[in-house]
Design a protein around this ligand. Structure first.
Ligand code: HEM
Length: 141
C-alpha cells in the first residue's frame, strides 16, 4: 500500500482508538455513582463492549504504524520516534489498567470515586499531546 494511504489509515485508527480511551473513563465516572442493579449491569455491558471495540482500533493503529516503520526503517533511528514508541507503550499500559478497572466494576470491587476517575481521564490527554507534537514537529534532540 502507498505510504501516504497507510499514514491516512494510521491517523484514522488512532482517532478511533482515542475515542475509546476518552470515553471509557467517562463511563467509570458515571458508573461509580450507580447503586441499582439494572443500571449497574448496563454499565458493565457498555464498558466491556467499548473496551473490545477500542482494542480492535488499537490493533489497527499499531499495525498501520508498524507498516509505516517497515516502509521507512530510517524513522526508528530518530530519537523522537524512539520516545514516541515509549509513550505508545505507556498508553498500552494505561489501556491495560482500564481493563483492570472494567473487571473490578464487574466484580463489585471498585475503590475510586468520580473525582479520581476525572483525573485518571487526563492521562491519555497528556500522552496524546506529547505523541502528536513529537510526530508532527519531529524535534531534533
Ligand atoms: C507502535 C505504535 C506506532 C508506530 C510504530 C507509529 C509510527 C508512525 C510513523 C512511522 C509515522 C510516519 C511519520 C511520517 O511519515 O512523518 C506515524 C505518523 C503519525 N502517527 Fe504514529 N505510530 C504509532 C502510534 C501512534 C499513536 C498512538 C499516535 C497518536 C497518539 C500516533 C499519531 C501519529 C500521527 C498524528 C501521525 C502523522 C504525522 C504527520 O504526518 O505529520 N501514532 N506514526
Amino acid at each position: 500500500m502507498p505510504y501516504l494511504w497507510l499514514k491516512a489509515l494510521h491517523i484514522i485508527f488512532v482517532v478511533a482508538w482515542f475515542a475509546g480511551l476518552f470515553y471509557l473513563p467517562r463511563l467509570f465516572v458515571y458508573h461509580c455513582d450507580v447503586d441499582d442493579s439494572v443500571a449497574n449491569a448496563r454499565f458493565q455491558l457498555m464498558e466491556r463492549r467499548l473496551y473490545l471495540f477500542t482494542l480492535m482500533n488499537t490493533a489497527m493503529a499499531v499495525a498501520c504504524g508498524a507498516g509505516l516503520v517497515i516502509e521507512q526503517p530510517f524513522w526508528l533511528t530518530q530519537t523522537w520516534m524512539q520516545i514516541k514508541v515509549a509513550l505508545v507503550l505507556a498508553l498500552l499500559g494505561f489501556q491495560w489498567s482500564c481493563w483492570r478497572l472494567v473487571v473490578a466494576f464487574r466484580e463489585g470491587r471498585n475503590q475510586h470515586d468520580g473525582r479520581w476517575y476525572r483525573w485518571y481521564n487526563e492521562i491519555p490527554t497528556v500522552l496524546l499531546f506529547a505523541i502528536v507534537i513529537l510526530v508532527v514537529v519531529k524535534p531534533a534532540f
